[in-house]
Design a protein around this ligand. Sequence first.
Ligand SMILES: NC(=O)c1ccc[n+]([C@@H]2O[C@H](COP(=O)([O-])OP(=O)(O)OC[C@H]3O[C@@H](n4cnc5c(N)ncnc54)[C@H](O)[C@@H]3O)[C@@H](O)[C@H]2O)c1
Length: 394
Amino acid sequence: MKKKTVRAGIVGAGFAATFHFECLKKVHSTNVEIAGVFATDAEQAAIFAKERGIRAYDSLEELIDKADVIHVCTPPVVHEPIAIAALEQDKFAIVEKPLTGYFGDGSEDFNGDSFPKADALDHALASIERMLEAEKKSKGQILYAENWVYAPSIQKERQIIEKTGAQILWMHGEEAHSGSHAYTYAFWKFSGGGVMIGKGCHPLTAALYLKRVEGTARNGKPICAKAVSARTHALTRLENFEDKGHIRCDYHDIDDFSLMHIVFEDGTIADIFASDIILGGTHNWLEVAANNHRTICNINPNTAMKTYNPVDAYFADIYVVEKTGTKQGWSNPSPDEDWFTGYPQETEAFYRTIAYGDPLESNSSLAADAISTIYSAYVSAEKAGAEVPIRSEW
Ligand SMILES: NC(=O)c1ccc[n+]([C@@H]2O[C@H](COP(=O)([O-])OP(=O)(O)OC[C@H]3O[C@@H](n4cnc5c(N)ncnc54)[C@H](O)[C@@H]3O)[C@@H](O)[C@H]2O)c1
């Protein structure tokens, strides 16, 4: 079969844009032509474009016009308008996590600690509705960039669940490290919340996905989340927190520790931790306790490789693993971190959907479930963990 050509436009020129660009080089099923990049930080976009030999555009509209798919690699606060702009032109939108959210009332001094979280839930659901409506009217589609869905360990677990007819009784998982790099991450008005949305969305979406897989395999119908109890904390903003220089601690109005306890409609459960206080590198895993097997998906770190290095300086030029504090002593270097994380598999799958109409695993309805769960969890956390129902009909 002759390969189809898909033209890619990248919006944003920061961290996520960089790994999206790298993954485009690894797409096999489709010829990818990179139309170019647009970012509001024009200087950053110009450097990004020059280093990669691509064109920087002056406007989003121009880039959308020249592309078949837009990679939305911007802070979450502008995911909705950018994705809708692409969908309105019948283009596809690959949207980074979280799909959308509530980013305050527009005031400069909006404070995420003190506003009623029921408002956040209402606004986030309204934003989802607008995005889903735009998708319905479009020839394009929302492709939700949740790499955990495409991580090889999660896809292997999917196969085990489908082939053995497993019933998942409990999942627990975590995404954690010592603090996100982005300046905007520290503010609710840019990020739509703290670590519960920023990191919790990853293991949560993988858990929601696997229960969908189970339901579809066993009964031809996904199993959705029904209710959530949650706690959030701001540990690095405690007056008695002592900064030793290893953990980021300049957050403005967001949580840096969270726990969601989710009850699915069949009564089974998941517990999802997310935090910004964990040393020793990224700690990303999901454990599945089923009625016929037990799986631990180690996304990062994993033990594909173990290295002992007696002197930190020897490894000055060696990338070991994300967010590690030291390269001295024993470590688990990731031979191909992107592969374990699911980034290239996600991109390949998205381009197969765009070019050939392949079924989409990480779609807008999974993304909507994740956002609905997280903002219901913020309502619960405000009530010190009281159970809150989750909307999952779209
Ligand atoms: N899947 C993952 O593992 C992963 C990892 C990191 C970040 N992310 C997600 O990627 C997104 C971007 O995060 P990042 O770390 O790359 O941020 P970043 O701060 O490094 O880069 C953001 C870029 O967006 C641009 N931008 C901001 N507003 C814009 C607008 N209105 N129009 C066009 N460009 C605009 C900025 O100029 C900048 O180039 C976020 O949604 C984040 O949650 C996902």
